[in-house]
Design a protein around this ligand. Sequence first.
Ligand SMILES: NC(=O)c1ccc[n+]([C@@H]2O[C@H](COP(=O)([O-])OP(=O)(O)OC[C@H]3O[C@@H](n4cnc5c(N)ncnc54)[C@H](O)[C@@H]3O)[C@@H](O)[C@H]2O)c1
Length: 290
Amino acid sequence: MDINKVFVVGAGTMGNGIAQVCAQTGISVVMSDMSQDLLDKALKNITWSVSKFSEKGKISEDVDTVMDRIQTSSDYQAAADADLIIEAVFEKLAIKHEVFKKLDSVAGDKTIMASNTSAIPITEIASAVSRPENFVGLHFFNPVPMMAAVEVIRGISTSDETFQYGADFVRFIGKEPIMVNTDIAGFILNRINMVSNMEAMRLVEQGVATPEDIDKGMRLAFGRKMGPFETGDLVGLEVSLMAYTNVYEEEKDLRFYPPSIMRRKVLAGHLGRKTGKGWYDYNPDGSRKK
Ligand SMILES: NC(=O)c1ccc[n+]([C@@H]2O[C@H](COP(=O)([O-])OP(=O)(O)OC[C@H]3O[C@@H](n4cnc5c(N)ncnc54)[C@H](O)[C@@H]3O)[C@@H](O)[C@H]2O)c1
């Protein structure tokens, strides 16, 4: 694949990971955010993560060689000669539109633009740019350097070439594309997971089983690293509730309607690890209470 430069806008959790995997593949990256402080923090995080890869022998190059491929800039002009722009800013449509309008005015005709949105329709984000046929969803999973799947999402205007480019790029950086042929709420993997997680909550609500037993069962029977309640407490119940509600609002399908037990826990402030109480109770040091 012929790709020399990727511009990553939004240097938070996901932007850091995306910049890292691109740099580890040999691609020059420019990372952009709202301030140099945020960018310096991002560089520090990435250096730490690349060092871990190096210590474990998972990369052959030294840390400095990889890090030298990552430049930072708060000026979108640096996106002018990028082959690919990947957006990973806050999950708010208005912010994503503002960012893409600015990028659209500097990007070249052939530049492919991608959003890492978790749930906003790709078609809606692409409406901010003048060449929506060059726009595709690239949904990475957290932590990006570790997770091998990336959903490639086709918006209503995405061209065949751009959709294919998304898949080729994902393979180029050593990951596996999961092709999402229609721009559907929640895409594929989160959509399936949501229904399964909510069914687990309903079983707890009905007194059929405890969170402990469901988590244990999902680990032992289905080989999951963590059960749905353990994961839910880590992510934060309010974060999942927002995601489920968004999908429900779009689909008006009761399969996606968040169970009462979850809505009540969020109202009570039982958000998971961060509040010391969620599906489980936690000690101040973060360990789970017996
Ligand atoms: N965290 C996850 O597990 C996960 C997984 C898949 C997809 N996503 C999606 O990825 C995107 C980013 O999520 P995150 O978890 O990395 O968030 P984050 O809060 O860690 O990072 C977002 C970054 O965007 C920057 N930003 C905000 N507005 C900006 C602007 N106008 N211009 C430039 N930079 C701006 C922020 O300063 C911040 O550094 C969201 O759309 C999210 O839904 C997140």
